[in-house]
Write a protein that binds this ligand. Sequence first.
Ligand SMILES: NC(=O)c1ccc[n+]([C@@H]2O[C@H](COP(=O)([O-])OP(=O)(O)OC[C@H]3O[C@@H](n4cnc5c(N)ncnc54)[C@H](OP(=O)(O)O)[C@@H]3O)[C@@H](O)[C@H]2O)c1
Length: 294
Amino acid sequence: MSGEGKVVCVTGASGYIASWLVKLLLERGYTVKASIRDLNDPRKTEFLEALDGAKERLHLFQANLLEEGSFDAVVDGCEGVFHAASPVQLSVSNPQAQLLDPAVKGTLNVLQNQNANSVQQIDSRPKECLRYQLSKILAENAAWDFSKDHGIDMIAINPGMVFGPFLQPSATLSAEVILSLVNGIDPFPTMVIPWVDVRDVAYSHIVAFEIASASGRYCVVERTAGCCELIKILTELFPNLQLPDKCSNGSPLIQLKYDVSNEKVKGLGIEFMPLEVSLKDTIESFKEMKLVSL
Ligand SMILES: NC(=O)c1ccc[n+]([C@@H]2O[C@H](COP(=O)([O-])OP(=O)(O)OC[C@H]3O[C@@H](n4cnc5c(N)ncnc54)[C@H](OP(=O)(O)O)[C@@H]3O)[C@@H](O)[C@H]2O)c1
C-alpha cells in the first residue's frame, strides 16, 4: 500500500466523486482528513464511516466553501489536498451566490492554507449549462493563478460526464442523465457526451498525486457517445427496458461523433473501464436505490 503513513485531505467528501476518492485512498493505506458541509446529516457521514479502514484512518471535519478559514483545520498537516467540493447544480436562481462564489472563493479558501504542498483540483469540461461551466472555468483559473503565485504544486483532473455506481445513498446530477433515459423522461440531451466511470476518475486523482512527474491538466474520458449508442448498449444489457426511439427534439437517433484524447492520462497507467461496464453498474445502483424497476 503506497499511502501508508501519509495524510491527505479530500474536500466535499460526501459527494459522488469524492466519496470514491476517500474509499480508494483508505484502501491504499492513506490517512484521510475529509470535509463535509453538514456533519450532523447522517446521510452524508454514515456511508463514509462504514468504509473499510475508516474507523482507524478517516477523520471528518465540517467546512463550508463560503466561510473563510473553514478549511484550515482539514488541510492542516496534509501532504496532498484533493479538492472536489463545489456546487454541481444547473438550475439556480442566483448564479453568483449559488455557483460562482462557492466555486471560486471556495477554491481559494481551500488553497489559502499554506501547509498544502500539492492540490488536485477537479474541474469540468464544458456542458450545456453556461453558468455551471463558467463557475468551473473561473475556479480552475483562480486556482492556477494562486498556485503559481504561492508555489503550490497543482494538478487539474478534468473528467467528462461521470457515471457508475454510487457509494452515497442518493443519485447525483451527472448520472441522472442516464436515469432520465432509462425512465423515458424528456428531455434527454441529443448531444454527444464524453463519459467516464467514477472509479476511474477517483483513481486518476490518486495516480496523478503519487507519480512525481505528473503535471498540468488531465482529460479523463473513456469514450464519447450519444444517446443512440447508449440506447443500443442498454437494450443489449437490459432487454426489458422501455427505451426511447427518438431524441428529445423529435429527431431520429442520429449518431454524431467527436473524440476527446485520453492519451495523457493513459500515460499515468490508467486503464479505463469500458462504457458498457459502467452503464451496467450505474443501472444496478439505480435498481438498489429503487429508482428503476426491471
Ligand atoms: N459529476 C460529473 O459529471 C463531473 C464532471 C466534471 C467535473 N465534476 C466536478 O467534480 C466535483 C465533484 O462533483 P460530483 O459529481 O461528485 O458532485 P456532488 O456529488 O454534487 O459533490 C459535490 C460536493 O461539494 C459539496 N459542496 C457543494 N457546495 C458546498 C459548499 N458551499 N460548502 C461545502 N461543500 C459544498 C457537496 O456537499 P453536500 O453533500 O453537502 O451538498 C458535495 O459533497 C465538482 O467540482 C464538479 O464540478 C463533476
